[in-house]
Design a protein around this ligand. Structure first.
Ligand code: SF4
Length: 339
């Protein structure tokens, strides 16, 4: 049975935040001192994540599970969770391309620990990886993440390729006046390292609340900068994927851009989210949530949980309202929701 929202969009993609903790302190995400972490007892156990994921996959034919955080690799024994999720099966009767098979398993990570985990996660059943990299300059990396970890992230990217992940995607959040001078350098990095760089428009999810619209470098600006040096052409429409894509005319690969602010793509949204403390969110910018963890721990059945999930999806809005008068920032920041 499909999960369909009031606008006729079918939910296919569940983002699971496996922890709110992170070993970085990115300026567009959290303050230097970090956040007030969730008590461990308030965080979903692997068994609870597996149970909820099973309901989404086996009852509602969700065929994509993405692990996020905070930083997912700081959660101990992460391959154990991946192995559990890889046992799930999308119903054979589903219209999904994954019908009868395991769901597509992916992760978004800052890459700093990926050298240690790449092969084990691959063997456990992980299919795809996105690694965050916002600058190629060591000093600026330290300023943006408040960590001197550029080398380990670059090595994490190599480890991902060596482990057989393909394509390895790079997520680069572009902030005007901070790293927009490196758009072409990052594009070139992708060309030279055979990875797809996805440029992400800066979103109002920073814990410090400094986001302003002027700090957003738009999709059109990014395309113009790259095209001037490495000519590109737009690829066919994206479907439900968040990124628009371009290919280099000289055949040196592709790039993606996630234009949440300048070209919202909510009309095709198939995504929902589960926070590390078991709250269900129908949108990244949602201002309400549905407590699945307390329902589970109160003894709720799978039928109860499934009914609550359906009730929640029945309230999903048309899309975010950023830059509209009625826009309200979510009470959670990015690290407390998961990408
Ligand atoms: S902003 Fe919300 S509705 Fe729009 S694409 Fe993102 S998650 Fe979907």
């Amino acid at each position: 049975m499909d999960l369909v929202d009031p606008f006729g969009r079918t939910i296919r993609d569940l983002r699971i935040s496996v922890t709110d903790r992170c070993n970085f302190r990115c300026t567009y995400c959290m303050p230097e001192e970090g956040m007030k972490w969730l008590p461990r007892t308030d965080v979903l156990t692997f068994e609870e994540m597996e149970r909820l994921a099973r309901i989404f996959v086996e009852r509602f034919e969700v065929d994509g599970l993405r692990l996020t955080g905070g930083e997912p690799t700081v959660r101990a024994h992460l391959p154990v969770l991946v192995r559990k999720l890889a046992q799930l099966r999308v119903p054979a009767t589903s219209a999904s391309p994954h019908a009868g098979r395991k769901p597509d398993l992916s992760i978004t990570t800052n890459g700093s620990s990926f050298r240690l985990l790449a092969h084990e996660l691959r063997d456990a059943g992980l299919d795809r990886v996105n690694i965050s990299l916002d600058t190629l300059q060591r000093e600026k990396f330290q300023r943006m993440t408040r960590r001197d970890e550029l080398e380990r992230v670059l090595d994490g990217i190599e480890a991902a390729k060596e482990a057989g992940f393909s394509p390895v995607k790079i997520n680069a959040v572009i902030e005007r006046g901070t790293n927009d001078d490196e758009i072409v350098d990052l594009a070139r990095f992708g060309r030279e390292h055979d990875v797809e760089v996805r440029f992400i428009e800066f979103m109002p999810l920073d814990a410090s609340g400094h986001w302003i619209n002027d700090s957003v470098v738009t999709q059109d600006e990014i395309v113009e900068k790259i095209h001037a040096v490495h000519p590109i052409e737009q690829m066919p429409a994206r479907g439900t994927a968040p990124a628009d894509r371009w290919r280099y005319l000289d055949g040196a690969g592709t790039i993606g851009i996630i234009p949440t602010i300048s070209h919202p793509f909510c009309g095709d949204c198939d995504r929902v989210r589960l926070t590390a403390d078991g709250n269900f969110r129908t949108c990244l910018f949602a201002t309400d949530e549905f407590g699945l963890l307390p329902m589970m721990r109160r003894g709720g059945s799978d039928d109860d949980l499934a009914a609550e999930i359906q009730r929640a999806v029945g309230t999903k809005w048309a899309g975010h309202q950023i830059n509209q008068v009625n826009f309200i920032r979510p009470s959670r920041s990015m690290s407390q929701i998961g990408g």
